[in-house]
Design a binder for this molecule. Structure first.
Ligand SMILES: [Fe+2]
Length: 285
């Protein structure tokens, strides 16, 4: 029987990629770099053989989608911020078998999902930036699931439950990564560059800090009850689908694990960012 060995909320902001390039931004995201590397180290230590990544930059508008290619190999440039991320070469094994199990379980739960293997379907940077730090030797398979930007928190809770059923049916040790922001309000373009290291508003920062307290204290029931409102009021990235999948996978209101924060909360181009590793309850591992 397969096993869930990791469930983590992670950052993927392009400024982390800038941070490792020569130039004036070199080193600005050192703590986030270290946190992503630590997630990779822990995944290996726990025997993970697949990273299942809820990618908030693979934005779907109808249904749920998995990139089930045998191999992910290409060169990437961000259409959103080409000056931040370009010429990113990658080559990872995919996981068609787990993709199919996930599709079956999503369908069994009454929702629609498709597995794709189109040659031009590449990875997005919410997968690529973390993988660069976590999977440098490409030894762990990569399976992205997209985030439907028009989906509800409730739909994504059910997707998370389907992911867990699929993991259990597999023979894999799976590390699940919710790759997305906390608050995600971009500033107006005119002042965007001045907020490279900041959050758009004090309200968003305060709400994000309260969320981190809830996660650290295991107050998941309080958090998931307010998650639809949090998503709406703090401009959730990718409908906060990644976060809803994460807690759906972990047991939703019944989950009482205490998240371990691996880097200080930081602002990046107006958005709130963090890396948190959530313990897997023994009953679902
Ligand atoms: Fe993002």
């Amino acid at each position: 029987m397969g096993e869930l060995v990791m469930a983590a909320k992670i950052t993927h902001v392009p400024s982390i990629w800038l941070s490792i390039q020569p130039g004036k931004h070199f080193g600005i995201r050192k703590p986030a770099e270290a946190a992503l590397e630590e997630i990779g180290r822990r995944a290996r230590e726990r025997g993970a053989d697949t990273f299942l990544v809820a990618d908030t930059h693979w934005m779907n508008s109808i249904g749920f989608h998995l990139n089930g290619k045998e191999r992910h190999s290409a060169s990437y440039v961000s259409h959103e911020l080409p000056h931040f991320i370009h010429d990113l070469e990658y080559d990872y094994a995919g996981d068609p078998e787990l993709a199919e199990l996930v599709r079956e379980e999503i369908a069994a739960g009454g929702q629609k999902a498709r597995v794709h293997t189109y040659k031009d379907l590449g990875l997005e940077y919410a997968t690529l930036v973390p993988m660069y730090f976590m999977n440098g030797d490409s030894s762990i398979r990569v399976l992205p699931i997209g985030c439907n930007i028009y989906s509800t928190i409730e739909e994504n809770r059910r997707i998370g439950e389907a992911l867990l059923r699929a993991v259990r049916r597999s023979d894999r040790k799976v590390a699940f990564l919710a790759s997305g922001s906390l608050s995600h309000a971009f500033p107006p373009n005119e002042i965007a560059e001045s907020l490279l290291n900041d959050v758009s508003s004090e309200i968003n920062r305060q709400v994000d800090m309260a969320v981190l307290d809830m996660w650290a204290e295991g107050r998941t029931a309080d958090f998931v009850d307010m998650l639809p409102d949090y998503n709406r009021r703090c401009t959730g990235e990718g409908a906060m689908a990644d976060t809803a999948m994460l807690f759906g996978l972990l047991g939703w209101r019944d989950y009482t694990g205490k998240g371990e924060q691996l880097c200080p909360y930081f602002g990046s181009s107006g958005t709130g960012q963090v890396v948190v590793d959530f313990p897997i309850p023994t009953e679902i591992a």
